[in-house]
Design a protein around this ligand. Structure first.
Ligand SMILES: [Zn+2]
Length: 203
């Protein structure tokens, strides 16, 4: 699947204050029928806003810039590098509900490689924004392709969408799988097959 969507714009609109954000949470508490002034909820708006700073901290980082700073040139290594089962937590942009899952990344280096923790950080930065899974998948692949300029990149994302499992049609145990294959991963069936075997998804 190769759906491309516009990357979320990190455009700085005039950012509301923390007090305004907490007031918005109070409004939601009232709207669901609770009382934001009862003792158990007094600290909740502040905690929710702090949790949002964590869950949505990815807007403050630029993964492209981060990879540019940390890649290193290697000579002679031209075999596939695969990192599988990178766990992530994200939130869907339709309901702001959690998406929990795993990302698998493979690339065929040309000259540049990065440490595995850096790839995990790229995943985390994009995940800590409001997302649709197709965009998350494409953004990770395009970021690696754009900076490392490898001969190919493959990204597979498996996600469980809580907007689907805890509300609406309440389908438990359903996970969504998306993939973005670039370069040799797209054009060479053997490369694609090797990648899918290495991440345990060969048919
Ligand atoms: Zn949703």
């Amino acid at each position: 699947m190769t759906t491309r969507r516009r990357a979320p714009t990190a455009k700085k609109q005039s950012k509301p204050s923390r007090t305004e954000a907490e007031a918005a949470v109070r409004t939601l508490l009232k709207w669901i029928g609770d009382d934001p002034d009862r003792e158990g909820l007094l600290g909740t708006p502040g905690r929710v806003v702090r949790a949002y700073e964590d869950w949505f901290g990815g807007y403050n980082d630029d993964p492209l810039e981060f990879l540019r700073r940390t890649f290193r040139e290697v000579k002679g290594y031209d075999e596939m590098i695969v990192l599988r089962d990178i766990s992530f937590e994200s939130h869907c942009e339709h309901h702001m509900a959690p998406i929990i899952g795993k990302v698998h990344i493979g690339y065929l280096p040309d000259r540049a490689v990065v440490g595995i923790s850096k790839l995990a950080r790229v995943v985390e930065t994009f995940a800590r924004r409001l997302q649709v899974q197709e965009s998350l998948t494409a953004q990770i692949a395009n970021c690696i392709q754009g900076v490392l300029k490898p001969r190919g990149v493959g990204v597979v994302v498996e996600g469980v969408h809580q907007c689907m499992t805890t509300r609406g049609i309440r389908k438990h145990g359903v996970s969504m799988i998306t993939s973005q294959l670039l370069g040799d991963f797209r054009s060479d069936p053997r490369t694609r097959a090797e990648f899918l075997t290495m991440i345990g998804r060969a048919s």
